[in-house]
Write a protein that binds this ligand. Structure first.
Ligand code: HEC
Ligand code: HEC
Ligand code: HEC
Length: 128
């Protein structure tokens, strides 16, 4: 006689292992990044969709403009002027690297090297 209990246990274990990658995916999907957005300001430098996908390009342009041309003024959406500065401008509105930038970057496992030289708002607070 076969042992029905053992067979069923075997099947349950087999199904569990076989579907493990699926459960793992579900767990991951539940934790999509939730960057904390500014409460007072309603608009970013350029439109949100562009910022979401291309903020690294914008930061590059800002750096080149400041370092190569000494120009620090940027004309953003709706004719607003911005001071091209990572620490002083981006973080004027987005007040935390941890609760904003890191939310997405940790999820994507990217870690921009900017903070070796540029201050985060967390560091600015500490130094006061
Ligand atoms: C004047 C305030 C202000 C400044 C300055 C600013 N932001 Fe924003 N940013 C916002 C707001 C408000 C939103 C959300 C807009 C919305 O909900 O449509 C946003 C959205 C974003 C997003 C998309 C977030 C998401 O959840 O999709 C990114 C990325 C971003 N900003 C990066 C930056 C960077 C990098 C800089 C500096 C180059 C910067 N921001 C400067 C106010 C600002
Ligand atoms: C809505 C999600 C999101 C937010 C918020 C966000 N980033 Fe990013 N960031 C990304 C994505 C996506 C990439 C591209 C990753 C890739 O291509 O590998 C990226 C890449 C970058 C890069 C280029 C890194 C590299 O190694 O290529 C820089 C610089 C950067 N982000 C700066 C910032 C700064 C500064 C902030 C906060 C002010 C910020 N990001 C907030 C999603 C985000
Ligand atoms: C080795 C040090 C170093 C690193 C790393 C570095 N920067 Fe800079 N960055 C500088 C210096 C120095 C300036 C010129 C400061 C000035 O003239 O105000 C500058 C200027 C800038 C500016 C314009 C002025 C300002 O105050 O923000 C931007 C934007 C910028 N960098 C973005 C970035 C980004 C984005 C990264 C990471 C992908 C990065 N930098 C990495 C040293 C560095």
């Amino acid at each position: 006689m076969y042992n029905a209990g053992k067979i069923i246990t075997g099947i349950v274990i087999f199904v569990a292992i076989f579907t493990l990658p699926l459960w793992w995916q579900l767990g991951r999907a539940a934790k999509v990044p939730q960057p904390e957005l500014p409460k007072k300001e309603k608009q970013c430098v350029l439109d949100t969709e562009y910022m979401r996908t291309s903020h690294m390009q914008l930061l590059n342009e800002w750096r080149n403009s400041v370092v190569r041309d000494g120009n620090r003024l940027f004309l953003g959406q709706n004719g607003k002027m911005f001071n091209m500065s990572l620490t002083n401008e981006c973080f004027r509105c987005h007040q935390s690297k941890k609760k904003f930038c890191d939310q997405c970057h940790n999820y994507l496992a990217v870690s921009p090297y900017c903070w070796e030289c540029h201050l985060t708002p967390e560091q600015v607070k500490e130094s006061k």
